[in-house]
Design a protein around this ligand. Structure first.
Ligand SMILES: [Zn+2]
Length: 301
């Protein structure tokens, strides 16, 4: 069964979700499966609850700091980014099964109900029927007329922007929308776009089953930033959570979370701000000796 198939006798499986929606009826948007449908999420949580031992991230910290074994078939549920559907759809299911979860919030998304750069590009390509794109980084042109073409173009853009520190993601959004002749969209009330309000973040944080963590302010890849930008990105997010909901976060997750997206420097800045644990998005299972700043997670898409 999905999710349960990743549980192991001694290891810890940390699942990474982004969103849960009633239904996903887009051609292009959500092609990665970042937002899963409610019924599927329900079955995954139900299956995990019956087959495994649910832990909170605080319990993970306790186990790793003491080197104590995890309970059998241990798992953790985490969400990144701060989508409203985490509050309205996922949290009630987690409550029903008493499964703890940590919600890592991108404070700039919550503050402005903002969409990430890639969600803005996906929105643009959903809107336009066909077109030709040329990017600033090479001479090639990319024409698209079908859903498959559009997904191919999106993969190219994703790969490039996530690995090239010189590229400004906001400029890529501007360039793509201009070439497609589609107005740029920064906010939307669609269930795959809407972010939590601070009140909703606070209500989740007040529930003893749930933990709020940080996930940067502008969702920038932390290892790409200068020392000053890095300090500001992390401090802004942590201070804003404290100001808005009165919580000093101990938990954080790296935007994108791939191996090149964090570094010893990033980890030192997080530690300096009082963070004790920061999982990655690198796939794998953890043991009690795994570094709390290099924990692996499993994304079900
Ligand atoms: Zn994220």
């Amino acid at each position: 069964m999905e999710g349960v198939d990743r549980l192991t006798t001694d290891g810890l499986a940390i699942f990474l979700f982004h969103g849960v929606v009633r239904q996903s009826r887009y051609a292009v948007r959500n092609y990665t499966g970042k937002h899963m449908e409610r019924d599927r999420f329900y079955r995954i949580v139900e299956g995990l609850k019956h087959a495994g031992s649910a832990l909170s991230m605080d319990e993970v910290v306790d186990h790793c700091q003491s080197g104590r074994r995890f309970p059998p078939r241990a798992f953790v549920v985490t969400f990144d980014d701060g989508f409203e559907n985490n509050f309205s759809i996922a949290a009630p299911i987690l409550k029903e099964f008493s499964v703890p979860a940590t919600f890592y919030i991108t404070t700039g998304f919550v503050e402005h109900n903002a969409m990430s750069w890639i969600d803005r590009i996906e929105h643009c390509l959903e809107e336009v029927s066909s077109g030709v794109l040329q990017f600033g980084w090479d001479e090639r042109t990319h024409s698209f007329a079908t859903v498959e073409d559009k997904i191919g173009v999106l993969k190219l853009i994703r790969d490039r922007v996530k690995t090239d520190p010189k590229i400004d993601s906001d400029e890529v959004v501007e360039m793509v929308c201009a070439q497609c002749g589609v107005a740029e969209v920064c906010h939307s009330a669609e269930p795959i776009d809407q972010k939590m309000s601070w009140e909703q973040v606070a209500r989740l944080g007040d529930d003893e089953l749930f933990t709020i963590g940080g996930h940067s302010h502008g969702h920038k890849i932390l290892s790409f930033l200068s020392a000053e930008e890095l300090e500001a990105e992390i401090a802004t997010s942590i201070d804003l959570i404290q100001e808005k909901i009165g919580l000093r976060v101990r938990h954080y997750s790296y935007p994108e979370g791939l191996e090149h997206c964090y570094s010893n420097e990033v980890i030192e800045v997080l530690r300096g701000q009082g963070v004790v644990c920061c999982p990655t998005a690198v796939d794998g299972i953890n043991d009690p000796q795994t570094d709390l700043f290099r924990l692996r997670r499993i994304m079900i898409t």
